[in-house]
Write a protein that binds this ligand. Structure first.
Ligand SMILES: Nc1ncnc2c1ncn2[C@@H]1O[C@H](COP(=O)(O)OP(=O)(O)O)[C@@H](O)[C@H]1O
Ligand SMILES: [Mg+2]
Length: 519
Protein backbone atom coordinates (compact mmCIF):
# COMPACT_ATOMS: atom_id res chain seq x y z
CA UNK A 1 0.00 0.00 0.00
CA UNK A 2 1.49 3.30 -1.01
CA UNK A 3 0.22 6.85 -1.12
CA UNK A 4 2.53 9.02 -3.20
CA UNK A 5 2.58 12.51 -4.59
CA UNK A 6 1.41 12.48 -8.19
CA UNK A 7 -1.75 12.46 -10.22
CA UNK A 8 -4.56 11.27 -7.94
CA UNK A 9 -5.54 7.72 -8.89
CA UNK A 10 -5.82 4.16 -7.66
CA UNK A 11 -3.73 1.28 -8.95
CA UNK A 12 -4.10 -2.37 -8.04
CA UNK A 13 -1.11 -4.53 -8.92
CA UNK A 14 -0.41 -8.22 -8.38
CA UNK A 15 -2.56 -10.14 -10.85
CA UNK A 16 -6.04 -9.23 -9.67
CA UNK A 17 -8.93 -10.90 -11.51
CA UNK A 18 -11.93 -8.99 -12.85
CA UNK A 19 -13.99 -9.01 -9.67
CA UNK A 20 -10.95 -7.95 -7.72
CA UNK A 21 -10.12 -5.18 -10.17
CA UNK A 22 -13.62 -3.77 -9.82
CA UNK A 23 -12.63 -3.39 -6.19
CA UNK A 24 -10.92 -0.12 -7.17
CA UNK A 25 -14.24 1.52 -7.93
CA UNK A 26 -16.16 -0.10 -5.10
CA UNK A 27 -13.51 0.72 -2.51
CA UNK A 28 -13.08 4.38 -3.44
CA UNK A 29 -16.84 4.98 -3.58
CA UNK A 30 -17.44 3.12 -0.33
CA UNK A 31 -14.67 5.09 1.39
CA UNK A 32 -16.16 8.36 0.19
CA UNK A 33 -19.70 7.34 1.13
CA UNK A 34 -18.50 6.38 4.60
CA UNK A 35 -17.50 9.98 5.23
CA UNK A 36 -13.72 9.65 4.92
CA UNK A 37 -11.74 12.34 3.04
CA UNK A 38 -8.82 10.75 1.19
CA UNK A 39 -5.80 12.97 0.47
CA UNK A 40 -5.29 13.85 -3.22
CA UNK A 41 -2.53 11.33 -3.79
CA UNK A 42 -1.73 8.41 -6.03
CA UNK A 43 -2.67 5.17 -4.26
CA UNK A 44 -0.93 1.93 -5.17
CA UNK A 45 -2.11 -1.34 -3.66
CA UNK A 46 0.07 -4.39 -4.19
CA UNK A 47 -1.60 -7.76 -3.72
CA UNK A 48 1.23 -10.10 -2.80
CA UNK A 49 2.42 -12.66 -3.72
CA UNK A 50 2.44 -11.42 -7.32
CA UNK A 51 2.42 -14.84 -9.00
CA UNK A 52 -0.78 -16.02 -7.31
CA UNK A 53 -4.04 -15.08 -8.92
CA UNK A 54 -6.32 -13.15 -6.54
CA UNK A 55 -9.98 -13.92 -6.95
CA UNK A 56 -13.26 -12.67 -5.72
CA UNK A 57 -14.54 -9.80 -3.73
CA UNK A 58 -13.31 -10.58 -0.21
CA UNK A 59 -10.35 -8.21 -0.67
CA UNK A 60 -12.55 -5.05 -0.79
CA UNK A 61 -12.71 -4.51 2.93
CA UNK A 62 -9.03 -5.16 3.72
CA UNK A 63 -8.00 -2.86 0.83
CA UNK A 64 -10.28 -0.11 2.11
CA UNK A 65 -9.08 -0.43 5.70
CA UNK A 66 -5.48 -0.48 4.45
CA UNK A 67 -5.99 2.74 2.51
CA UNK A 68 -7.51 4.42 5.57
CA UNK A 69 -4.50 3.36 7.63
CA UNK A 70 -1.99 4.48 4.97
CA UNK A 71 -3.79 7.83 4.73
CA UNK A 72 -3.49 8.28 8.48
CA UNK A 73 -7.26 8.34 8.93
CA UNK A 74 -7.26 5.19 11.08
CA UNK A 75 -4.48 4.31 13.56
CA UNK A 76 -2.57 1.06 13.05
CA UNK A 77 -2.90 -1.15 16.16
CA UNK A 78 0.05 -3.06 17.60
CA UNK A 79 -1.40 -6.44 16.59
CA UNK A 80 -3.60 -5.83 13.56
CA UNK A 81 -6.49 -8.25 13.03
CA UNK A 82 -7.01 -10.04 9.72
CA UNK A 83 -9.87 -8.50 7.68
CA UNK A 84 -12.10 -10.00 4.95
CA UNK A 85 -15.29 -8.74 3.35
CA UNK A 86 -16.94 -7.31 0.25
CA UNK A 87 -18.03 -3.68 0.12
CA UNK A 88 -21.20 -2.22 -1.34
CA UNK A 89 -20.88 1.29 -2.83
CA UNK A 90 -22.71 2.60 0.23
CA UNK A 91 -19.96 1.39 2.55
CA UNK A 92 -22.05 -1.55 3.77
CA UNK A 93 -20.07 -4.79 4.31
CA UNK A 94 -21.44 -7.76 2.35
CA UNK A 95 -20.97 -11.47 3.23
CA UNK A 96 -18.35 -13.61 1.47
CA UNK A 97 -17.70 -17.32 0.99
CA UNK A 98 -15.09 -19.41 2.78
CA UNK A 99 -14.93 -17.62 6.13
CA UNK A 100 -14.42 -20.85 8.09
CA UNK A 101 -11.27 -21.92 6.18
CA UNK A 102 -10.06 -18.30 6.21
CA UNK A 103 -10.42 -18.32 10.00
CA UNK A 104 -8.51 -21.61 10.29
CA UNK A 105 -5.72 -20.16 8.16
CA UNK A 106 -5.69 -16.93 10.17
CA UNK A 107 -5.21 -18.91 13.37
CA UNK A 108 -2.46 -20.97 11.73
CA UNK A 109 -0.68 -17.74 10.75
CA UNK A 110 -0.80 -16.56 14.36
CA UNK A 111 -3.60 -13.98 14.14
CA UNK A 112 -5.70 -13.61 17.28
CA UNK A 113 -8.46 -11.49 15.77
CA UNK A 114 -10.47 -11.68 12.58
CA UNK A 115 -12.91 -9.07 11.26
CA UNK A 116 -15.55 -10.45 8.89
CA UNK A 117 -18.92 -9.36 7.48
CA UNK A 118 -21.53 -9.50 10.25
CA UNK A 119 -23.54 -12.37 8.65
CA UNK A 120 -20.36 -14.50 8.46
CA UNK A 121 -19.29 -13.88 12.07
CA UNK A 122 -20.97 -16.96 13.67
CA UNK A 123 -19.29 -19.13 11.01
CA UNK A 124 -15.86 -17.60 11.67
CA UNK A 125 -16.37 -18.01 15.41
CA UNK A 126 -16.41 -21.79 14.93
CA UNK A 127 -12.62 -21.54 14.90
CA UNK A 128 -11.49 -22.04 18.46
CA UNK A 129 -8.80 -19.74 19.80
CA UNK A 130 -9.63 -16.88 17.41
CA UNK A 131 -11.70 -13.80 18.31
CA UNK A 132 -14.05 -13.04 15.45
CA UNK A 133 -15.91 -9.75 15.20
CA UNK A 134 -18.57 -8.94 12.66
CA UNK A 135 -18.78 -5.56 10.94
CA UNK A 136 -21.82 -4.14 9.17
CA UNK A 137 -20.13 -1.13 7.60
CA UNK A 138 -16.67 0.02 6.57
CA UNK A 139 -16.68 2.51 9.46
CA UNK A 140 -17.45 -0.26 11.98
CA UNK A 141 -14.71 -2.43 10.48
CA UNK A 142 -12.19 0.44 10.60
CA UNK A 143 -13.00 1.33 14.21
CA UNK A 144 -12.87 -2.32 15.27
CA UNK A 145 -9.59 -2.73 13.39
CA UNK A 146 -7.94 0.16 15.21
CA UNK A 147 -9.54 -0.73 18.54
CA UNK A 148 -11.16 2.69 18.92
CA UNK A 149 -14.64 1.19 19.01
CA UNK A 150 -14.64 -2.61 19.27
CA UNK A 151 -17.54 -4.72 18.11
CA UNK A 152 -18.31 -7.57 20.50
CA UNK A 153 -16.83 -10.96 19.56
CA UNK A 154 -19.32 -13.28 17.85
CA UNK A 155 -20.36 -16.59 19.34
CA UNK A 156 -20.16 -19.71 17.20
CA UNK A 157 -23.15 -20.77 15.13
CA UNK A 158 -25.09 -23.61 16.70
CA UNK A 159 -24.63 -26.97 15.04
CA UNK A 160 -27.50 -27.55 12.69
CA UNK A 161 -29.88 -30.04 14.23
CA UNK A 162 -29.70 -33.32 12.34
CA UNK A 163 -32.53 -33.43 9.86
CA UNK A 164 -34.76 -36.45 10.21
CA UNK A 165 -33.06 -38.93 7.93
CA UNK A 166 -34.40 -41.98 6.27
CA UNK A 167 -34.25 -45.02 8.52
CA UNK A 168 -33.19 -48.51 7.55
CA UNK A 169 -36.31 -50.04 9.10
CA UNK A 170 -38.39 -48.50 6.31
CA UNK A 171 -36.77 -50.87 3.82
CA UNK A 172 -38.71 -54.12 3.74
CA UNK A 173 -36.91 -57.43 3.27
CA UNK A 174 -33.51 -57.17 1.56
CA UNK A 175 -31.71 -58.61 4.57
CA UNK A 176 -28.60 -59.46 2.53
CA UNK A 177 -28.36 -56.02 1.01
CA UNK A 178 -28.72 -54.40 4.43
CA UNK A 179 -25.98 -56.63 5.79
CA UNK A 180 -23.81 -55.59 2.83
CA UNK A 181 -24.41 -51.91 3.59
CA UNK A 182 -23.51 -52.49 7.23
CA UNK A 183 -20.21 -54.08 6.20
CA UNK A 184 -19.52 -51.22 3.77
CA UNK A 185 -20.14 -48.71 6.55
CA UNK A 186 -18.08 -50.66 9.08
CA UNK A 187 -14.94 -50.85 6.91
CA UNK A 188 -15.44 -47.69 4.84
CA UNK A 189 -15.70 -49.81 1.69
CA UNK A 190 -16.94 -48.55 -1.66
CA UNK A 191 -20.00 -50.55 -2.65
CA UNK A 192 -22.05 -51.20 -5.76
CA UNK A 193 -25.71 -52.22 -5.51
CA UNK A 194 -26.89 -54.36 -8.39
CA UNK A 195 -30.49 -55.35 -8.95
CA UNK A 196 -33.64 -54.98 -11.03
CA UNK A 197 -35.62 -51.72 -11.18
CA UNK A 198 -37.80 -51.16 -8.13
CA UNK A 199 -35.85 -53.50 -5.84
CA UNK A 200 -35.02 -50.64 -3.48
CA UNK A 201 -31.41 -49.80 -4.49
CA UNK A 202 -31.92 -46.05 -4.35
CA UNK A 203 -33.88 -46.39 -1.12
CA UNK A 204 -31.08 -48.43 0.48
CA UNK A 205 -28.35 -46.06 -0.73
CA UNK A 206 -29.98 -43.04 0.89
CA UNK A 207 -29.79 -44.81 4.21
CA UNK A 208 -26.02 -45.31 4.20
CA UNK A 209 -25.10 -41.99 5.88
CA UNK A 210 -27.34 -42.95 8.82
CA UNK A 211 -25.22 -46.08 9.34
CA UNK A 212 -21.90 -44.26 9.39
CA UNK A 213 -20.24 -43.08 12.62
CA UNK A 214 -20.91 -39.47 13.57
CA UNK A 215 -18.30 -37.03 12.26
CA UNK A 216 -15.54 -36.03 14.66
CA UNK A 217 -15.16 -32.30 15.29
CA UNK A 218 -12.19 -32.13 12.89
CA UNK A 219 -14.11 -33.97 10.18
CA UNK A 220 -17.08 -31.64 10.58
CA UNK A 221 -14.78 -28.61 10.30
CA UNK A 222 -13.23 -30.01 7.11
CA UNK A 223 -16.58 -30.78 5.50
CA UNK A 224 -18.11 -27.46 6.55
CA UNK A 225 -15.08 -25.55 5.20
CA UNK A 226 -15.65 -27.00 1.75
CA UNK A 227 -19.34 -26.16 1.86
CA UNK A 228 -18.38 -22.64 2.93
CA UNK A 229 -16.00 -22.20 -0.02
CA UNK A 230 -18.72 -23.51 -2.33
CA UNK A 231 -21.14 -20.93 -0.92
CA UNK A 232 -23.52 -23.66 0.23
CA UNK A 233 -23.85 -22.76 3.91
CA UNK A 234 -27.11 -21.18 4.98
CA UNK A 235 -26.86 -17.90 6.83
CA UNK A 236 -26.00 -18.58 10.47
CA UNK A 237 -25.46 -22.27 9.80
CA UNK A 238 -22.99 -24.02 12.07
CA UNK A 239 -20.92 -27.12 11.48
CA UNK A 240 -22.55 -29.77 9.32
CA UNK A 241 -24.15 -32.22 11.72
CA UNK A 242 -24.55 -35.10 9.30
CA UNK A 243 -22.14 -36.66 6.90
CA UNK A 244 -22.83 -35.27 3.44
CA UNK A 245 -24.73 -37.41 0.95
CA UNK A 246 -24.31 -36.23 -2.63
CA UNK A 247 -26.21 -37.84 -5.48
CA UNK A 248 -25.36 -35.93 -8.66
CA UNK A 249 -27.40 -36.75 -11.78
CA UNK A 250 -25.68 -38.81 -14.47
CA UNK A 251 -25.66 -35.85 -16.86
CA UNK A 252 -23.17 -34.02 -14.60
CA UNK A 253 -20.06 -32.57 -16.26
CA UNK A 254 -16.55 -33.49 -15.29
CA UNK A 255 -16.07 -30.03 -13.76
CA UNK A 256 -19.30 -30.37 -11.77
CA UNK A 257 -18.15 -33.72 -10.47
CA UNK A 258 -14.52 -33.11 -9.55
CA UNK A 259 -14.50 -29.30 -9.38
CA UNK A 260 -13.51 -26.56 -11.77
CA UNK A 261 -14.79 -23.36 -13.33
CA UNK A 262 -13.59 -19.80 -12.87
CA UNK A 263 -13.11 -19.09 -10.08
CA UNK A 264 -12.38 -22.68 -9.09
CA UNK A 265 -15.26 -24.22 -7.19
CA UNK A 266 -15.38 -27.54 -5.32
CA UNK A 267 -17.11 -30.34 -7.21
CA UNK A 268 -19.50 -33.00 -5.95
CA UNK A 269 -16.62 -35.21 -4.80
CA UNK A 270 -15.40 -32.46 -2.46
CA UNK A 271 -18.91 -31.65 -1.26
CA UNK A 272 -19.10 -35.37 -0.41
CA UNK A 273 -15.85 -35.15 1.63
CA UNK A 274 -16.22 -37.26 4.81
CA UNK A 275 -19.56 -38.51 3.50
CA UNK A 276 -21.03 -40.47 0.62
CA UNK A 277 -20.99 -39.92 -3.14
CA UNK A 278 -23.85 -41.88 -4.67
CA UNK A 279 -23.86 -42.56 -8.41
CA UNK A 280 -27.28 -43.99 -9.24
CA UNK A 281 -27.60 -45.79 -12.59
CA UNK A 282 -23.82 -45.98 -12.81
CA UNK A 283 -23.51 -47.04 -16.50
CA UNK A 284 -25.34 -43.86 -17.55
CA UNK A 285 -22.52 -41.59 -16.38
CA UNK A 286 -20.11 -40.28 -18.99
CA UNK A 287 -16.91 -42.21 -19.35
CA UNK A 288 -14.85 -39.04 -18.83
CA UNK A 289 -16.62 -38.34 -15.54
CA UNK A 290 -16.03 -41.86 -14.25
CA UNK A 291 -12.40 -41.80 -15.34
CA UNK A 292 -11.92 -38.47 -13.55
CA UNK A 293 -12.92 -40.18 -10.29
CA UNK A 294 -10.02 -42.59 -10.32
CA UNK A 295 -7.27 -40.33 -9.02
CA UNK A 296 -9.32 -38.71 -6.24
CA UNK A 297 -10.50 -42.17 -5.13
CA UNK A 298 -6.87 -43.14 -4.81
CA UNK A 299 -5.60 -39.97 -3.12
CA UNK A 300 -8.54 -38.66 -1.07
CA UNK A 301 -8.07 -35.26 -2.70
CA UNK A 302 -8.28 -33.70 -6.13
CA UNK A 303 -5.77 -31.44 -7.85
CA UNK A 304 -7.32 -28.90 -10.18
CA UNK A 305 -5.31 -26.85 -12.63
CA UNK A 306 -6.96 -24.19 -14.80
CA UNK A 307 -4.92 -21.59 -16.67
CA UNK A 308 -3.39 -19.57 -13.84
CA UNK A 309 -5.36 -21.22 -11.06
CA UNK A 310 -4.44 -24.30 -9.18
CA UNK A 311 -5.93 -25.81 -6.09
CA UNK A 312 -5.97 -29.05 -4.20
CA UNK A 313 -9.26 -29.85 -2.53
CA UNK A 314 -10.04 -32.64 -0.09
CA UNK A 315 -12.24 -35.41 -1.52
CA UNK A 316 -12.28 -38.38 0.82
CA UNK A 317 -15.66 -40.00 0.40
CA UNK A 318 -17.29 -43.42 0.23
CA UNK A 319 -18.35 -44.24 -3.30
CA UNK A 320 -21.71 -45.94 -3.56
CA UNK A 321 -23.03 -46.99 -6.96
CA UNK A 322 -26.23 -48.58 -8.17
CA UNK A 323 -26.96 -50.31 -11.45
CA UNK A 324 -29.20 -52.85 -13.11
CA UNK A 325 -27.56 -56.18 -13.87
CA UNK A 326 -28.31 -55.75 -17.60
CA UNK A 327 -30.15 -53.32 -19.91
CA UNK A 328 -33.59 -54.85 -19.17
CA UNK A 329 -32.73 -55.20 -15.49
CA UNK A 330 -33.77 -58.81 -14.99
CA UNK A 331 -30.61 -60.81 -15.64
CA UNK A 332 -30.56 -62.20 -12.12
CA UNK A 333 -34.24 -63.16 -12.05
CA UNK A 334 -34.89 -66.75 -10.92
CA UNK A 335 -36.98 -67.15 -14.09
CA UNK A 336 -34.34 -67.20 -16.88
CA UNK A 337 -36.92 -66.15 -19.51
CA UNK A 338 -37.57 -62.89 -17.69
CA UNK A 339 -34.37 -61.35 -19.06
CA UNK A 340 -34.59 -60.46 -22.73
CA UNK A 341 -31.00 -59.24 -23.19
CA UNK A 342 -28.47 -60.98 -25.38
CA UNK A 343 -25.15 -61.94 -23.85
CA UNK A 344 -23.46 -59.25 -25.97
CA UNK A 345 -25.90 -56.62 -24.70
CA UNK A 346 -25.18 -57.63 -21.11
CA UNK A 347 -21.46 -57.50 -21.65
CA UNK A 348 -21.68 -54.15 -23.42
CA UNK A 349 -23.73 -52.71 -20.56
CA UNK A 350 -21.22 -53.76 -17.98
CA UNK A 351 -18.33 -52.51 -20.10
CA UNK A 352 -19.80 -49.01 -19.99
CA UNK A 353 -18.56 -48.88 -16.46
CA UNK A 354 -14.89 -49.25 -17.19
CA UNK A 355 -12.91 -51.96 -15.46
CA UNK A 356 -10.77 -49.55 -13.41
CA UNK A 357 -13.86 -48.01 -11.82
CA UNK A 358 -15.58 -51.33 -11.22
CA UNK A 359 -12.35 -52.32 -9.59
CA UNK A 360 -12.72 -49.61 -6.96
CA UNK A 361 -15.77 -51.30 -5.43
CA UNK A 362 -14.93 -53.69 -2.62
CA UNK A 363 -18.52 -54.92 -2.43
CA UNK A 364 -20.89 -55.85 -5.24
CA UNK A 365 -24.17 -56.28 -3.43
CA UNK A 366 -26.96 -58.17 -5.17
CA UNK A 367 -30.35 -56.62 -4.45
CA UNK A 368 -33.00 -59.12 -5.56
CA UNK A 369 -36.53 -58.22 -6.66
CA UNK A 370 -38.69 -57.79 -3.58
CA UNK A 371 -41.15 -60.70 -3.17
CA UNK A 372 -44.76 -59.40 -3.05
CA UNK A 373 -45.20 -60.89 0.42
CA UNK A 374 -42.37 -58.69 1.71
CA UNK A 375 -43.82 -55.60 0.11
CA UNK A 376 -47.29 -56.16 1.54
CA UNK A 377 -46.36 -57.35 5.02
CA UNK A 378 -45.35 -55.23 7.98
CA UNK A 379 -42.00 -53.52 7.67
CA UNK A 380 -39.62 -55.30 9.97
CA UNK A 381 -35.98 -55.40 10.77
CA UNK A 382 -33.57 -53.20 12.63
CA UNK A 383 -33.51 -49.45 12.50
CA UNK A 384 -30.37 -47.51 11.62
CA UNK A 385 -29.44 -46.85 15.27
CA UNK A 386 -28.39 -50.35 16.37
CA UNK A 387 -26.60 -50.92 13.08
CA UNK A 388 -24.63 -47.70 13.54
CA UNK A 389 -23.63 -48.85 17.03
CA UNK A 390 -22.15 -52.06 15.62
CA UNK A 391 -20.41 -50.01 12.93
CA UNK A 392 -18.91 -47.74 15.60
CA UNK A 393 -17.68 -50.81 17.48
CA UNK A 394 -16.01 -52.23 14.38
CA UNK A 395 -14.44 -48.84 13.59
CA UNK A 396 -13.02 -48.64 17.12
CA UNK A 397 -11.31 -52.02 16.64
CA UNK A 398 -9.82 -50.81 13.34
CA UNK A 399 -8.57 -47.56 14.84
CA UNK A 400 -6.86 -49.50 17.60
CA UNK A 401 -5.30 -52.02 15.20
CA UNK A 402 -3.95 -49.28 12.90
CA UNK A 403 -3.08 -46.74 15.62
CA UNK A 404 0.63 -47.02 14.80
CA UNK A 405 0.11 -46.22 11.11
CA UNK A 406 -0.53 -42.50 10.46
CA UNK A 407 -3.49 -41.74 8.20
CA UNK A 408 -4.84 -45.31 8.30
CA UNK A 409 -8.23 -45.55 10.00
CA UNK A 410 -10.27 -48.30 8.36
CA UNK A 411 -9.90 -51.55 6.46
CA UNK A 412 -10.88 -50.06 3.11
CA UNK A 413 -7.73 -47.92 3.16
CA UNK A 414 -5.37 -50.90 3.42
CA UNK A 415 -3.09 -51.45 0.45
CA UNK A 416 -2.85 -55.05 -0.80
CA UNK A 417 0.44 -55.83 0.95
CA UNK A 418 -0.75 -54.10 4.14
CA UNK A 419 -3.97 -56.13 4.09
CA UNK A 420 -1.98 -59.34 3.75
CA UNK A 421 0.34 -58.28 6.57
CA UNK A 422 -2.25 -56.94 8.99
CA UNK A 423 -5.45 -58.91 8.39
CA UNK A 424 -4.47 -61.55 10.94
CA UNK A 425 -6.09 -64.40 9.02
CA UNK A 426 -5.85 -68.01 10.12
CA UNK A 427 -3.98 -70.51 7.97
CA UNK A 428 -7.29 -72.12 7.14
CA UNK A 429 -8.82 -68.81 6.06
CA UNK A 430 -5.87 -68.08 3.82
CA UNK A 431 -6.01 -71.37 1.97
CA UNK A 432 -9.76 -71.00 1.66
CA UNK A 433 -9.26 -67.63 0.04
CA UNK A 434 -6.55 -69.00 -2.23
CA UNK A 435 -8.86 -71.77 -3.35
CA UNK A 436 -11.70 -69.37 -4.11
CA UNK A 437 -9.42 -67.17 -6.18
CA UNK A 438 -8.12 -70.11 -8.13
CA UNK A 439 -11.53 -71.60 -8.80
CA UNK A 440 -12.98 -68.33 -10.00
CA UNK A 441 -9.86 -67.35 -11.93
CA UNK A 442 -9.64 -64.01 -10.12
CA UNK A 443 -6.87 -61.46 -9.87
CA UNK A 444 -4.56 -60.56 -7.02
CA UNK A 445 -6.63 -57.41 -6.53
CA UNK A 446 -9.80 -59.43 -6.04
CA UNK A 447 -7.89 -61.50 -3.50
CA UNK A 448 -6.88 -58.44 -1.51
CA UNK A 449 -10.33 -56.90 -1.63
CA UNK A 450 -11.93 -60.10 -0.40
CA UNK A 451 -9.38 -60.28 2.40
CA UNK A 452 -10.16 -56.71 3.49
CA UNK A 453 -13.88 -57.47 3.42
CA UNK A 454 -13.34 -60.58 5.49
CA UNK A 455 -11.37 -58.44 7.96
CA UNK A 456 -14.32 -56.05 8.29
CA UNK A 457 -16.78 -58.90 8.78
CA UNK A 458 -14.56 -60.26 11.55
CA UNK A 459 -14.39 -56.76 13.11
CA UNK A 460 -18.18 -56.51 13.08
CA UNK A 461 -18.36 -59.81 14.91
CA UNK A 462 -15.63 -58.79 17.33
CA UNK A 463 -13.33 -61.60 16.16
CA UNK A 464 -9.62 -61.02 16.43
CA UNK A 465 -8.70 -63.42 13.64
CA UNK A 466 -10.15 -63.69 10.16
CA UNK A 467 -11.50 -67.20 9.83
CA UNK A 468 -12.80 -69.36 7.01
CA UNK A 469 -16.41 -68.34 7.59
CA UNK A 470 -15.52 -64.66 7.22
CA UNK A 471 -13.81 -65.37 3.91
CA UNK A 472 -16.83 -67.26 2.70
CA UNK A 473 -19.16 -64.47 3.58
CA UNK A 474 -16.89 -61.92 1.89
CA UNK A 475 -16.89 -63.94 -1.31
CA UNK A 476 -20.67 -63.71 -1.45
CA UNK A 477 -20.58 -59.95 -1.39
CA UNK A 478 -18.76 -59.75 -4.71
CA UNK A 479 -21.26 -60.99 -7.26
CA UNK A 480 -19.41 -59.44 -10.22
CA UNK A 481 -16.62 -61.92 -9.66
CA UNK A 482 -19.05 -64.36 -11.18
CA UNK A 483 -19.54 -64.69 -14.91
CA UNK A 484 -21.57 -62.18 -16.87
CA UNK A 485 -24.08 -64.84 -17.95
CA UNK A 486 -25.29 -64.77 -14.37
CA UNK A 487 -24.52 -68.45 -13.80
CA UNK A 488 -22.79 -69.23 -10.54
CA UNK A 489 -19.11 -70.20 -10.72
CA UNK A 490 -18.41 -73.88 -11.16
CA UNK A 491 -19.15 -75.62 -7.88
CA UNK A 492 -16.42 -77.25 -5.97
CA UNK A 493 -17.17 -79.99 -3.50
CA UNK A 494 -17.20 -78.67 0.04
CA UNK A 495 -14.58 -81.19 1.07
CA UNK A 496 -11.97 -79.81 -1.31
CA UNK A 497 -12.72 -76.26 -0.24
CA UNK A 498 -12.33 -77.18 3.39
CA UNK A 499 -8.91 -78.64 2.79
CA UNK A 500 -7.91 -75.59 0.81
CA UNK A 501 -6.17 -75.38 -2.51
CA UNK A 502 -3.31 -77.51 -1.27
CA UNK A 503 -5.07 -80.61 -2.62
CA UNK A 504 -4.46 -79.40 -6.16
CA UNK A 505 -0.83 -78.46 -5.80
CA UNK A 506 2.53 -79.58 -4.74
CA UNK A 507 3.64 -77.80 -1.57
CA UNK A 508 5.03 -74.30 -2.10
CA UNK A 509 3.38 -73.77 -5.47
CA UNK A 510 1.39 -70.57 -5.81
CA UNK A 511 -2.10 -70.63 -7.23
CA UNK A 512 -2.50 -68.60 -10.43
CA UNK A 513 -3.19 -64.93 -9.84
CA UNK A 514 -2.38 -65.03 -6.16
CA UNK A 515 0.20 -62.51 -5.00
CA UNK A 516 3.19 -63.69 -3.07
CA UNK A 517 3.58 -62.17 0.33
CA UNK A 518 5.53 -58.95 0.20
CA UNK A 519 5.17 -58.29 -3.52
N1 LIG B 1 -37.41 -53.08 -0.03
C1 LIG B 1 -38.34 -52.11 -0.11
N2 LIG B 1 -39.03 -51.73 0.97
C2 LIG B 1 -39.96 -50.76 0.91
N3 LIG B 1 -40.27 -50.10 -0.22
C3 LIG B 1 -39.62 -50.44 -1.34
C4 LIG B 1 -38.60 -51.43 -1.34
N4 LIG B 1 -38.11 -51.53 -2.58
C5 LIG B 1 -38.76 -50.64 -3.32
N5 LIG B 1 -39.67 -49.97 -2.58
C6 LIG B 1 -40.54 -48.91 -3.05
O1 LIG B 1 -40.35 -48.79 -4.45
C7 LIG B 1 -39.87 -47.49 -4.78
C8 LIG B 1 -38.76 -47.60 -5.78
O2 LIG B 1 -37.62 -48.12 -5.16
P1 LIG B 1 -36.16 -47.67 -5.57
O3 LIG B 1 -35.32 -47.62 -4.36
O4 LIG B 1 -36.22 -46.45 -6.39
O5 LIG B 1 -35.75 -48.91 -6.48
P2 LIG B 1 -34.50 -49.04 -7.45
O6 LIG B 1 -33.58 -47.90 -7.16
O7 LIG B 1 -33.91 -50.37 -7.13
O8 LIG B 1 -35.05 -48.99 -8.83
C9 LIG B 1 -39.41 -46.88 -3.48
O9 LIG B 1 -39.62 -45.51 -3.44
C10 LIG B 1 -40.23 -47.58 -2.45
O10 LIG B 1 -41.45 -46.89 -2.25
MG1 LIG C 1 -33.09 -46.40 -8.41
Amino acid sequence: MDLALGLPGFHLVGLPDHACNDARTRVLTAVRNSGYQLPQKKITVNLAPGDLRKQGVAFDLPIAVGILVAAGLVPLPERPPLVVGELALSGEVLPVRGVLPIGLEARRLGFQELIVPEPNAPEGALVQGLRVRGARTLAEAAETFSGTNLRAPASPAAQTAPAVTADLSEVRGQATAKWGLEIAAAGGHNALLIGPPGAGKTMLARRLPGLLPAMTFEEAVEATSIWSVAGRLQRGQGLLALRPFRAPHHTISVAGLIGGGTPLRPGEISLAHRGVLFLDELPEYGRAALEALRQPLEDGEVSLVRAQDRATMPARFMLLGAMNPCPCGHAADPDPDRCTCTLAAKEGYRRRVSGPILDRFDLHIEVGALPPADLLGQPQGEGSGPVRERVEGARALQRRRYAHIPGLHCNAQLSGPAARRLANATEEARSELAALIEIRGLSARAHDRMLKLARTIADLQGDERVGKAHVHEASQLRCLDRRVDGRPPPRVPQLQLARGAAVHRTPGEQPAGLPREGT
